[in-house]
Write a protein that binds this ligand. Structure first.
Ligand SMILES: Cc1ncc(COP(=O)(O)O)c(C=O)c1O
Length: 341
């Protein structure tokens, strides 16, 4: 098998930041972390021992109505994709695009034959019939980054065929009030794997905290393919804390939904914005007139956004902007209005 490297797949918003930028490029909610989480992080740092993941796994299992042996802590959601690809080495895999590109990068690094399945570009709906039947692994984001599209849990569960693993990236699901379409609690369907991240809603990108939910034999298999103590004690403590804090995600999801709706309305009125999609998470995808010029004129105003052309299926006029608190969004809208003038 040939290992293929596609540089566009390794482009991420944080690489596009510059000193002094107001950051609309990275999808991390910039709020203050709960005091209890801050305390937990500090206390974990003070403990001298090796990480012990059992309490965090129990807390996550309890949160999703699962068992400890169905939970694997990961060094951010990203580790889950690399671990799955390298442990399972599927011959043929399907990645649903436009989407976060690390799963495809990881699969290509193992030499997998990766088929790109494109969402319908008006609505970003997924047509399940577009996925090749012989794909042994399917990766799909829900909600999807960068389109913000959300699929029904049943559509995604229906992708599960004998001999196939469906990996659902739910890294942004906590931003969706009610989380109706999650498959995190789905048991008895061994073909379903759910990946979650704490880095976005809880502002823990640097701590690298994520997890994977699957049936116990798969968890065991994945675990046997990586080093011990892969997730550090600080991330483990954060995972334990966050799994038990059910209030913070509800509050942040409501705040983000309100800020997103105002940002959506304001951007929709700008002539420079030719199309905008109503995302379900803490970012919005738009299409503008002359994307590269808009990006550089925003940079001149100390605002960083995410050009979306490195996402398969999108072009230079697609931009992704994070949802930030209202005063920051007002700056972005004012800058775009000025640019358009
Ligand atoms: C859809 C999606 N999944 C996963 C990740 C990776 O998350 P983590 O920081 O937990 O590795 C990202 C990061 O941007 C993402 O956009």
């Amino acid at each position: 098998m040939r290992h293929t490297v596609v540089p566009e797949l390794r482009v991420h918003g944080d690489q596009l930041l510059f000193d002094g930028a107001l950051d609309f490029a990275v999808n991390v909610w910039p709020g203050t972390r709960p005091a209890g989480l801050e305390r937990t992080l500090r206390e974990a740092l003070e403990r001298p021992g090796y990480p012990d993941d059992r309490d965090a796994r129990d807390a996550i299992a309890a949160h999703h109505g699962r068992r400890r042996d169905e939970v694997l802590l990961t060094n951010g959601a990203c580790e889950a994709f690399w671990l799955i690809a390298h442990a399972l080495r599927p011959r043929r895999a399907a990645c649903v695009h436009p989407s976060f590109t690390e799963p495809e990068a990881a699969l290509r690094a193992t030499g997998a034959d990766v088929v790109r399945v494109f969402r319908e570009p008006g609505s970003w709906r997924l047509d399940p019939d577009g996925i090749p039947r012989d794909a042994a692994l399917v990766v799909v984001g829900n909600p999807d980054n960068p389109t913000g599209a959300i699929e029904s849990a049943e559509t995604l569960a229906g992708l599960d065929l004998p001999g196939r693993l469906v990996v659902i990236d739910e890294s942004f699901m906590e931003f969706v009030p009610g989380q109706q379409e999650t498959l995190a609690a789905r048991r008895g369907q061994p073909g379903i794997v759910v990946v979650r991240s704490l880095t976005k809603l809880w502002s823990l990108a640097g701590v690298r905290a994520g997890y994977l939910l699957a049936e116990a034999p798969l968890i065991k298999r994945l675990e046997s393919h990586r080093q011990p103590w892969s997730v550090n004690a600080i991330a483990g403590a954060a995972l334990e804390y966050c799994a038990a804090d059910h209030l913070t995600p509800v509050e942040i999801a409501a705040e983000v939904a309100s800020a997103r709706s105002k940002l959506f309305d304001a951007l929709s009125e700008l002539p420079i914005v030719q199309q905008i999609w109503p995302g379900a998470a803490n970012f919005l995808l738009l299409r503008v007139k002359d994307g590269p010029a808009v990006v550089s004129q925003l940079a001149e105003r100390a605002i960083a956004v995410r050009p979306a052309s490195s996402f398969p299926g999108l072009g230079p006029d697609h931009l992704r902007v994070a949802v930030r608190p209202a005063s920051d969004c007002a700056r972005l809208v004012a800058a775009l209005r000025e640019i358009a003038a």
